[in-house]
Design a protein around this ligand. Structure first.
Ligand SMILES: Nc1ncnc2c1ncn2[C@@H]1O[C@H](COP(=O)(O)OP(=O)(O)O)[C@@H](O)[C@H]1O
Ligand SMILES: [Mg+2]
Length: 391
């Protein structure tokens, strides 16, 4: 969501707003979050009325220097000519990073501000660069006009889920952010990845290092080390067994994955085992998503399912088919998978051709499947969903 059009102001800042939510019972007490809220309050105070003059700043940075001169509507208690340092909140999924940043964004008393998902921001940048190249065929450097446009729209940019996977993004980020900072733009971000680990292990990383150094200079890094994954609790309200495995069920699993991870799609994840490895098509934090064939249509065994069940607290499983004598091998693997998930108290959200009892009525081990079906029923209960994951 791009919240640029909401000029909401919470007069006293994010810390009182956060405390009010805790006092009302909307949020649980969390010391790590309270600490983060204090840091955000400090930034909120330094940013009150912040409005660097874009043209002045651009002129001053024309010579390449950072020493942009700012003309401010209201004085900001910072050394003149310097934008307040931004904030980069890093932590695991479900810790409340986005919640805190949104609270800060709503309170921020900055005339021009914008909150955007980082992935969406990058897509927007590429689209603008494309349009600029078309309109200016003779010119070669799209970054200054791009930075000019972005800085003209917002002096405070709040990015949700800062992440760099793409080389085309990595290549423009350094110069783009240098130009944005030179124009006085203040950046606040949430991320699962510390700046020092961005784009790690990817080809072209060396050329990306100046960007990391720039971020570390312009933005303070705060590790939100909340003990609690608040998102994990969300499974309680969710239906966990969807029949039949049609388009509607797929969309239900999409939204369950989004609810549990805050992201529409995960990244592939490889778990190393003794002597080999198992790949999961999509994962975010402790949540994995795979379709039935990826886990039971290949020769995987108990050790693979064990790795899966200890590594992930929740599995979102697409398309469990009706099983019979023709695919007893898949049935056998599915039995082992469910047993292992159950023993480790993993939570399962699945789409299937039938209710558990009717999934495997004939074939080798069909009698044994009765126990699996009963476990699958139990795994849908609120009591089971409340059990802690055993690793
Ligand atoms: N202290 C808390 N008490 C109760 N719920 C919380 C608390 N902190 C966060 N949440 C909720 O948990 C969910 C996950 O938080 P979110 O900010 O999306 O996490 P992150 O961005 O770190 O993945 C959200 O619905 C959020 O409102
Ligand atoms: Mg988030």
């Amino acid at each position: 969501m791009d919240g640029s059009s909401t000029p909401t102001k919470t007069a006293e800042g994010p810390l009182p707003a956060y405390r009010a939510r805790v006092a009302s019972g909307a949020l649980r007490t969390d010391p790590a979050q309270a600490l983060a809220a204090e840091t955000l309050q400090d930034l909120w105070r330094r940013l009150r009325g912040y409005d660097p003059n874009v043209e002045e700043a651009a002129k001053a940075s024309g010579g390449g220097g950072f020493m942009a001169r700012f003309f401010r509507r209201k004085p900001v208690d910072e050394a003149p000519g310097h934008a307040p340092q931004g904030l980069y909140m890093v932590g695991e999924v479900g810790r409340g990073k986005s919640m805190l940043m949104d609270l800060f964004f709503d309170c921020a008393d900055v005339p021009r501000k914008r909150r955007i998902h980082f992935h969406q921001f990058m897509q927007d940048c590429h689209a603008r660069i494309h349009a600029w190249r078309k309109a200016n065929p003779g010119e070669t450097d799209p970054i200054p006009p791009l930075a000019e446009a972005i800085a003209g729209e917002a002096a405070l940019l709040c990015f949700d889920e800062f992440q760099v996977h793409d080389i085309t993004d990595a290549m423009i980020l350094g110069r783009l952010f240098e130009a944005l900072f030179a124009r006085g733009v203040v950046v606040v971000a949430t991320s699962n990845t510390a700046p020092a680990d961005l784009f790690k292990g990817k080809p072209g990383r060396d050329a990306f290092l100046p960007f990391i150094h720039l971020i570390q200079q312009k933005v303070a890094v705060l590790h939100l080390q909340s003990a609690q994954d608040y998102r994990r609790d969300r499974i309680h309200g969710l239906p966990t067994w969807h029949v039949p495995a049609d388009g509607r069920a797929e969309r239900a699993l999409d939204s369950a994955f989004l609810e549990l991870t805050g992201q529409r799609h995960g990244e592939p994840r490889t778990l190393a085992l003794l002597g080999r490895s198992i790949s999961v098509p999509q994962a975010v934090g402790g949540v994995a998503r795979a379709d039935f064939d990826a886990l039971c249509g290949k020769p995987l065994g108990p050790a693979d399912y064990l790795a899966l069940s200890t590594h992930f607290h929740t599995l979102v499983l697409d398309g469990v088919p009706r099983l019979g004598p023709d695919n007893f091998d898949k049935a056998r693997r599915f039995i082992t998978l469910v047993d292992t998930l159950y023993e480790h108290r993993c939570k399962l959200v699945a789409s299937a051709a039938a209710v558990p009892d009717q999934l495997y009525e004939q074939g080798e081990n069909a009698a044994m499947f009765q126990r699996t079906a009963s476990r699958l029923e139990e795994m849908q209960s609120q009591d089971y969903l409340r059990l802690p994951h055993l690793t």
